[in-house]
Design a protein around this ligand. Structure first.
Ligand SMILES: Cc1cc2nc3c(=O)[nH]c(=O)nc-3n(C[C@H](O)[C@H](O)[C@H](O)COP(=O)(O)OP(=O)(O)OC[C@H]3O[C@@H](n4cnc5c(N)ncnc54)[C@H](O)[C@@H]3O)c2cc1C
Length: 293
């Protein structure tokens, strides 16, 4: 059991980890190279009169968080579920539990590019299996996505219906072998087609592919790319505003024990802000843990 699990190893996540691990909390950071960790020159971050490359700044942040005892693993999180007294975090290779969660996942929602998708949101189109899977008991459902996140959503749907398929939306399949085996075992068909439009009188009835063919489905679950802050928000029941998570001035969300920081909160999308919010989220997580004891 960890005391703090931070999703995201960008400026917000690493800054939070420095505070929580330095404050003595058992901290795990899950996340791979953030976008900014490339050959980009960072010219406006406090304390660097000579520009620093994004990858060097992130490498320093990692070293500093590790110095204080944080563990940092490059693992993709595919689901977070709240249990009675803790949170369960599922990655492509492991299952972890933690007393608190800090979301620092940046912004990365990939849209599937289906013409009239919006028209069917709430009428068959969903972004969250744990919220809406129940409404599709024993009905035909399809998950749209090409990676481990989509595969996990498809497997979670089996709790409600055995009629599950997965469509990569024309993208190359990027599902790890362990998930592929499970999909195969449960006869979940994988289609490498592209859905162009949706059809149905009042609710979704079928999807139309760009090759001219159609398939009947009652539910369509969107899970493109990796799970984003919004996907976690939906499954945890966090309040959102547009594409961002609502957090107060202490980076608390509406769910006790869940904090959010950085670009996923959607204020001023800059490193300095992400670092500041990460520090506040870390401090708030420490206070929460202390009050819980
Ligand atoms: C090319 C580029 C140049 C920039 N230049 C500047 C600049 O000069 N100055 C400036 O102030 N800002 C700059 N920015 C903006 C700045 O990078 C962001 O505001 C900042 O990185 C936000 O930090 P963050 O920690 O919130 O999110 P991010 O840095 O986006 O980090 C998000 C982290 O979450 C992880 N993650 C997401 N989903 C999952 C999942 N499902 N499982 C596991 N991990 C996940 C990612 O792998 C990543 O580690 C730039 C951004 C880019 C892309």
């Amino acid at each position: 059991m960890h005391e703090v699990i931070i999703i995201g190893s960008g400026p917000a996540g690493l800054s939070a980890a420095i505070y929580t691990s330095r404050g003595g909390a058992k901290t795990l950071v899950l996340g791979c190279n953030p976008k900014v960790a490339g050959e980009y020159v960072i010219d406006n971050y406090f304390g660097f009169p000579e520009p620093i490359l994004g990858k060097d700044l992130i490498a320093r942040g990692i070293r500093q968080a590790e110095k204080f005892g944080a563990t940092i693993k490059c693992e993709k999180v595919v689901a977070i579920h709240q249990q009675e007294k803790f949170f369960e975090v599922k990655t492509t290779t492991n299952l972890y539990s933690s007393q608190t969660i800090i979301l620092a996942t940046g912004v990365s929602r990939i849209r599937p590019g289906i013409k009239n998708l919006k028209e069917y949101e709430g009428k068959g189109v969903s972004y969250c299996v744990s919220c809406d899977g129940y409404f599709f008991k024993n009905q035909k459902v399809m998950v749209v996505g090409e990676g481990a996140f989509a595969a996990n959503q498809a497997l979670e749907l089996l709790e409600y219906t055995p009629f599950v398929s997965l469509c990569t939306q024309g993208k190359d399949l990027n599902i790890p072998e362990n998930f592929l085996e499970k999909l195969k075992k449960h006869n979940i068909e994988i289609l490498q087609e592209k859905i162009e439009s949706l059809e149905g009188k009042e609710t979704l009835e079928k999807v139309n592919f760009s090759n001219g063919q159609s398939q009947e489905v009652a539910g369509l679950f969107i899970a493109m790319g990796e799970a984003s802050s919004l996907d976690f928000a939906y499954s945890l029941g966090l309040i959102t505003k547009g594409n961002f998570i609502e957090a107060d001035c202490e980076q608390k969300t509406n769910i006790p024990g869940v904090f959010a920081a950085g670009d996923c909160v959607g204020r001023f999308l800059q490193i300095s802000v992400a670092v500041g919010e990460g520090a506040i989220a870390g401090k708030s997580a420490l206070t929460y843990l202390k009050n819980k004891k």
